[in-house]
Ligand binder design. Structure first.
Ligand code: ADP
Length: 300
């Protein structure tokens, strides 16, 4: 059975629905990717590597993981901390903004609990996926350990996949981000960046510039996304541009990149070509952005 670990943070999400009622759900970039990967590829084993608490919301989160077919075997639980939380604010124009309470989220201390047994489990999968958000939330003093473990996984034959998913507010400085991303690009076998990440961080605003930046890292599979402007895939030094059909009725782009990543990786794990993988991923992302929230109902 093919297997993937998605490492990072899942949070409690609160927002008002169309009837002005507060709705509570769970979301977070790597979790979102895992949900869509599993929904499209039920035969792949999907595991979330994170840390939550032992409180009611954490327990509900675990139940939701299970409902989505995501294994909680690598979900660490500590009684001392709670999961992170965010509030989605929608203004009168429909513009969304986010307020976060995640400074003390349990996920930030997950690396502290990496022991031999846990690492042995991490080594057993085909792909280990993490993002710039996963990196940003780690305690700075745990980063070295994280990179050591990642090197161990790579040496054990695990494919490392990385999406920079840059969120400036989560980082102490731009220099810090660049140092950490340099490590991530150096180690990963699959990179799934958005041009927007590069525009914000490196002032590189188109495919050619991003490709030139990534070239020295010799990443085997590069999947560069740019919203409706298409996707460039570089696989074993062959470049393919795949156009995207723009969605007219965009409601909420939250999770566009996450759903794309999950479905793309799942498809590739099943041995499908990059064209098929991008088509499936773009179809799902195109659907996700026509509905509010990160996780759309299963029935859609
Ligand atoms: P990221 O969040 O990683 O920057 P993008 O914004 O590039 O991701 O979007 C990821 C994917 O979502 C795109 O590759 C595309 O398939 C889909 N997507 C995003 N915006 C649109 C849109 N307006 N119309 C159609 N598809 C879109």
């Amino acid at each position: 059975m093919k297997s993937i670990i998605l490492m990072g943070e899942c949070m409690v999400e609160l927002r008002r629905d169309g009837h002005d009622e507060i709705v509570q759900s769970f979301a977070g970039d790597v979790y979102n990717a895992g949900v869509y990967l599993k929904r499209c590829n039920p035969e792949i084993q999907v595991q979330l590597a994170t840390q939550i608490g032992t409180d009611t919301l954490s327990e509900q989160m675990l139940t939701v993981f299970t409902d989505e077919g995501i294994s909680g075997d690598l979900v660490l639980q500590t009684p001392h901390r709670l999961p992170g939380l965010y509030w989605v604010n929608t203004d009168s124009e429909g513009e969304r903004s986010f307020l976060y309470w995640r400074e003390n989220a349990a996920a930030r201390w997950q690396v502290e609990h990496y022991n031999d047994e846990y690492i042995a489990q991490l080594k057993q999968v085909d792909i280990f996926f993490f993002s710039g958000i996963s990196l940003a939330i780690l305690q700075p003093e745990h980063r070295q350990r994280f990179w050591e473990v990642l090197r161990e996984l790579k040496a054990a034959g695990v494919t490392i996949a990385f999406d920079p998913n840059y969120r400036p507010k989560l980082w102490a400085s731009v220099a810090d981000t660049k140092t950490q991303y340099d490590m991530a690009f150096s180690l990963c076998d699959i990179a799934l960046p958005g041009v927007e990440d590069f525009a914000m961080l490196y002032d590189l605003t188109d495919f050619a510039a991003v490709e030139a930046f990534l070239a020295p890292y010799n990443i085997a599979e590069q999947v560069i996304k740019d919203g409706p402007n298409g996707v460039v895939v570089l696989l074993d030094a062959k470049r393919t541009f795949i156009p995207i059909t723009a969605v007219k009725n965009v409601i909420d782009t939250t999770s566009a990149g996450d759903s794309f990543n999950g479905v793309y990786l799942g498809s590739r794990m099943n041995g499908e070509s990059i064209d098929v993988a991008v088509a499936k991923a773009a179809k799902m992302a195109g659907k996700v952005i026509q509905y509010p929230g990160a996780i759309i109902p299963k029935s859609i």
